[in-house]
Write a protein that binds this ligand. Sequence first.
Ligand SMILES: Nc1ncnc2c1ncn2[C@@H]1O[C@H](COP(=O)(O)OP(=O)(O)OP(=O)(O)O)[C@@H](O)[C@H]1O
Ligand SMILES: [Mg+2]
Length: 261
Amino acid sequence: MARPRLEVMRPHTHIHIRGLCKTFGEKILFQNLDLDLLKGKITCIFGPNGCGKSTLLNMIAGLVPIDRGSILFDGKTYEETRTGYVFQNYREALFPWMRTEANIAYPLKIAGYGEADRRARVQELAELFDISFDLQGYPYELSGGQQQLVSVMRALALHPEVLFLDEPFSALDYEMTLVLRDKLQDIFQATRLTTVVVSHDLEEAVYLADEILLLTKPPTGIAETLAFEAPRPRNAATLASEDFVRTKAKSLEVFQREVRR
Ligand SMILES: Nc1ncnc2c1ncn2[C@@H]1O[C@H](COP(=O)(O)OP(=O)(O)OP(=O)(O)O)[C@@H](O)[C@H]1O
Ligand SMILES: [Mg+2]
């Protein structure tokens, strides 16, 4: 059944998407998708394999062109909005020939900031993230988790209005995943940045999210939007809370229904 068009924007919307269409060859991925993403909240996108999670994120982030429709950030276009993006594969995302500090400062350099300003911002981020490793070294000298942390710092360097992350922790081991999830949460609490995360890990999606967006199979729509309002900072106790268990179970039920459909 076609979803009714959202004529009115949800309150507290930051990212306002209307009539979004995207086709790859014969494959209709999105057809007239309407979506409002909340300001100052974490939205996690979860859905079947290949349903278009990355494509959706990348279209919103301006990395993949849309066929039709509109995407506005507080009424502004992508070009008028500062955004940060964290790629899944940190190994390919960082510049191996640049020192870690230079990697983090790269967006500032491109934006024309002088050396003193770049240094100061990197220092500020290092304090915010409570970094203990050497920023003068090269990325390959760091662990995978540390490299991904560097990617997040780089994404935040220019004080973005929106932060995008595509399966940011999926290449890391479980221990590092837990550490980085909590780092991300700390940063979110400190900045209240509008954050959009694609995750294939339901536990992670619910743990991080203020809102979980559950997608259907293509042509991809929103199967359900679930709120998760557990207080922050969330911790191991959150994972055992009734609200968490219920929200995760509900998400799984919707997911399985969509996969079978
Ligand atoms: N550049 C492209 N050219 C052709 N088809 C593409 C392109 N990018 C994505 N697709 C197709 O669009 C569909 C959705 O891809 P996408 O990577 O967005 O899905 P996803 O939900 O992120 O998948 P996964 O769960 O594997 O991460 C897939 O069928 C994919 O093959
Ligand atoms: Mg993907």
